[in-house]
Design a protein around this ligand. Structure first.
Ligand code: BGC
Length: 393
């Protein structure tokens, strides 16, 4: 090769190296979350998430709105696996606890993000009587029935139909629970519609019908950490709950039947208060719950959808509002998390690193005549809506 050509080649290589270095630097300075980078209108896509031991395949749907908020939903349990929302500086974080693989959901999940049913929360000793007939449900939480039993709605495979509207996207999930499943009477046809709106809301519309008189109480069991999952405890989150009464519990977390005033107790969140401020109080109810694990009787005005709770995380500026038409809200401060679970981002979940706000009917209503009824009869339609609304301060 003549020397002039060698010099030209060397120069060309040097220019290429500099160009690559400059491009890499520019890219590293302008890193944007993938959700934002994609641009454009709302979208929904499907991918394989995992395979159950019986060979059944589970999908994950990714919903995205035009602002870049992204929500991932599994056909297993209708689980909200990931919820990416912006903070006040525009930075996105996944604010819900979860796993990055199916096997952990099957084996270890403390109800992360799932549709919870047929009866969310507890039924004392798993027993109830309806129209003079006695029914027996599994005792899967000490002596009591919890969240639908051994294989509740959180562990079922839901049929999924995606849809797209002008500025929202969603997923229609359906599951038919056969008569007698987990001890519940009646074939229950269930539909849950998740909608991600353009204004950063996840709307959940529940519908169910039955072939025989039964009980039903559906909710979603997402755990939140508005700092981002795996990013420490939730004790600094400021919580407000629009309730002046609650249902005190016995040692096994079953309501005593009383509807008591919250005023003067560490459970009163009518004024915004940090979750950690009174959590270690020696108040008997707090000791029984190991922290907060109580049903709040919402001060609703009976006008359909109302704000039940508002949570502000001061460092990130992220805000969550829970809006519902339900009479109750379980506030659970993640007391049973113990650091043994490793979450979506690879970090462990210590005690109180996530909280749940579960819109619902009161626990053990089937055994309490003074609580609003959870009975569903053939010909009637169970319908309820809850919204997780995200914003920033
Ligand atoms: C209950 C907790 C329970 C948790 C299970 C909550 O709804 O109130 O007592 O431990 O679910 O993850």
């Amino acid at each position: 090769m003549p020397p002039s050509t060698r010099i030209r080649n060397t120069l060309a290589t040097a220019v290429r190296v500099v160009l690559v270095a400059v491009t890499a630097l520019a890219l590293s300075l302008t890193t944007v979350p993938p959700a934002q980078a994609a641009g454009g209108g709302p979208s929904i896509s499907k991918k394989h998430f995992g395979t159950l031991s019986n060979g059944k395949k589970i999908d994950v749907y990714t919903l995205r709105n035009s602002g870049g908020m992204r929500v991932k939903i599994l056909t297993y349990g209708g689980i909200l696996q990931s919820i990416e929302v912006p903070g006040s500086g525009g930075e996105f974080a996944n604010v819900t606890l979860g796993f990055d693989n199916l096997s952990d959901y099957v084996k270890k999940s403390p109800y992360f993000g799932c549709i919870t049913g047929r009866y969310a929360n507890r039924v004392a000793k798993g027993r109830f009587t309806l129209d003079g007939k006695r029914y027996r449900l599994a005792a899967n939480d000490g002596p009591n029935h919890l969240h639908g039993g051994v294989k509740g709605f959180d562990k079922r495979i839901w049929k999924a139909e995606p849809f797209k509207r002008h500025d929202s996207v969603g997923l229609v999930l359906t599951y038919t629970s056969p008569d007698g499943e987990e001890g519940y009477p009646g074939t229950l046809r269930t539909k849950v519609v998740y909608t991600l709106t353009g204004d950063n809301r996840i709307r959940m519309d529940y519908r169910a019908t039955t072939s025989r008189p039964t009980i039903v109480n559906l909710t979603n069991h997402a755990y939140f950490n508005l700092r981002g999952e795996g990013n420490g405890r939730i004790l600094g989150h400021e919580l407000q709950i629009n309730a002046s009464r609650y249902t005190p519990v016995d040692k096994t977390l079953i309501p005593t039947g009383r509807i008591a005033r919250l005023g003067g107790t560490p459970l009163d969140f009518r004024e915004p208060t940090a979750i950690g401020e009174r959590i270690d109080s020696r108040n008997q109810q707090m000791v029984r719950g190991g922290g907060y694990d109580h049903n709040y009787v919402l001060d609703s005005r009976g006008q359909g959808l109302e704000v039940a709770a508002r949570v502000v995380e001061p460092d990130s500026g992220r805000v969550l509002e829970v809006i519902t038409d339900q009479p109750g809200l379980q506030f659970y401060s993640g007391n049973f998390l113990d650091g043994t679970l490793r979450g979506t981002g690879g970090r462990s979940y210590p005690k109180r690193s996530g909280f749940a706000l579960e819109s619902q009917h009161f626990p053990d209503s089937p055994n309490r005549k003074n609580f609003p009824s959870t009975v569903l009869r053939p010909g009637d339609v169970y319908r309820t809506t809850t919204i997780y609304a995200f914003s920033t301060v």
